[in-house]
Design a protein around this ligand. Structure first.
Ligand code: NI
Length: 178
């Protein structure tokens, strides 16, 4: 297994549509396992193949309370019901979070890592993660679902001491960043 570099915006691969997997190969499985390791290392709940520069329909998800990662090939949202506003972030947009609109419940279908079709209903964080990762495969980012333009925000403003050298700091100023 290997940890792969995660692409960040504005990398154009994040805006492209990934291709369907026609047959299962060792390469696909090995990539999926690398994606799991990369997601864990980055502390994410999910990762899509576009984010590691591969335009194939592979997503991986691991919910905080789950021990095993989920690997889904050719995932599809069959039905989406309801609408809710929820906070979201993405490993390809580090340092930001936003309030987006997501479905309340979904019906989901994919192939598992044995190329067997599975179908299930999901809600809460799982449905949010599945919608987020399937979006990635279609070149869609969560910022496309913002409730309003202003609902994207930085997680934390960098402190002046982290961005400026000692010489750049104006110590005569009494201004404090809170
Ligand atoms: Ni993402």
């Amino acid at each position: 297994m290997a940890i792969l570099p995660i692409l960040e915006i504005p990398n154009p691969l994040l805006r492209q549509r990934a291709k369907k997997i026609r047959s299962l190969s060792n390469k696909t499985i090995s990539l999926a396992h690398d994606m799991v390791e990369t997601m864990r290392e980055a502390g994410g709940v999910g990762l899509a193949a576009n984010q590691v520069g591969v335009l194939q329909r592979i997503i991986v998800i691991q919910l905080p309370e789950e021990e095993e990662a989920r690997i889904y090939l050719n995932p599809e949202i069959l039905k989406a019901t309801g609408s809710r506003k929820i906070e979201e972030g993405c490993l390809s947009l580090p340092g930001y979070r936003g309030i987006v609109t997501r479905s309340i419940k979904i019906r989901f279908q994919a192939l598992d890592s044995n190329f067997k079709t599975i179908k299930f209903k999901a809600d809460n964080l799982l449905s949010q993660a599945l919608e987020h990762e399937v979006d990635h495969l279609n070149g869609i980012l969560y910022t496309d679902h913002l409730v309003e333009h202003e609902s994207l925000y930085k997680i934390e403003e960098p402190k002046p001491t982290e961005t400026l050298s000692e010489d750049d700091l104006d110590t005569s100023s009494s201004f404090t960043i809170k």
